[in-house]
Design a protein around this ligand. Structure first.
Ligand code: SAM
Length: 236
């Protein structure tokens, strides 16, 4: 394990809480899993763990790459073949899988800075492109914000980072729809698309947890996010 990687250390510590709360399962998890369980055929690589509601008896099993050895134990207990590794430098051969899935991980790979978090998304998509066979598909389940909210979020990232650091939580950055779709194209994917979920729209005053690891619930109106399933195809 890379004990010097604060992200890996954070997730090692989160693994038991994550299992106990089952990833704070929400309705959009089931909605996107229904799409993925239908569409994922052949060799599937999930980066940053399995998606919630992934079939534990799938043949061939899902392959999972994750920075956290403790989280890998969770994925192994759900039937996956697991390997420690970073989404930006996948320990996977070129053109060897049919699908790559990033389930709720890209917003966590920030290196504590807004600019680095954007460069990391591009690096992750480039790695997905490298390991996919021609005609293969990349998928990402993500939390997205509107353009104006994104601009404010990026500007305030140093403040957010400092606040989260007081609780030993690494910075998270929720990107915009435009940014994700543009970076899929930059990485070489065709037909980039995004499907939003309306499953968790709820009422403005419903209490939600804004950040994993923070023991805080706030009214939904204070967390203006949407949940989406991104997709891009590596040209054949
Ligand atoms: C929010 S959890 C998502 C877990 C699961 N995929 C889900 O949908 O519920 C983020 C996961 O990504 C992993 N992770 C964080 N940074 C990573 C990186 N740079 N490369 C690979 N995995 C990473 C964490 O260890 C953790 O398992």
């Amino acid at each position: 394990m890379t004990m010097t990687d604060p992200n890996a250390e954070f997730w090692d510590k989160q693994s038991s809480a994550f299992t106990a709360h089952d990833g704070q399962r929400r309705s959009y998890h089931a909605e996107f899993a229904a799409v993925l369980n239908r569409r994922l055929t052949g060799d599937v690589l999930c980066v940053g763990g399995l998606y919630q509601n992934a079939d534990p008896n799938r043949v061939p099993p899902f392959s999972v790459v994750d920075v956290s050895e403790h989280m890998l134990q969770v994925w192994a207990s759900r039937g996956a073949r697991v390997q420690v590794g970073d989404a930006r430098r996948l320990p996977i051969a070129d053109a060897s899988v049919d699908h790559v899935v990033f389930p709720l991980v890209l917003h966590h790979i920030t290196d504590g800075r807004a600019a680095a978090s954007r460069a990391n998304v591009t690096a992750c998509f480039r790695e997905a492109h490298r390991v996919l066979r021609p005609g293969g598909t990349v998928w990402a389940i993500e939390i997205l914000v509107s353009g104006p909210v994104y601009a404010v979020e990026l500007a305030l990232a140093p403040v957010t980072r400092a606040a989260l650091a007081t609780r030993r939580i690494p910075l998270v950055v929720f990107h915009s729809r435009h940014f994700y779709l543009s970076q899929l194209e930059v990485a070489g994917f065709a037909g980039a698309s995004l499907e939003f979920s309306d499953a968790d729209d709820g009422r403005w005053y419903d209490l939600v947890k804004p950040v994993v690891g923070l023991d805080l619930r706030v009214p939904k109106v204070m967390v203006p996010v949407k949940y989406g399933l991104l997709r891009g195809v590596k040209p054949a």
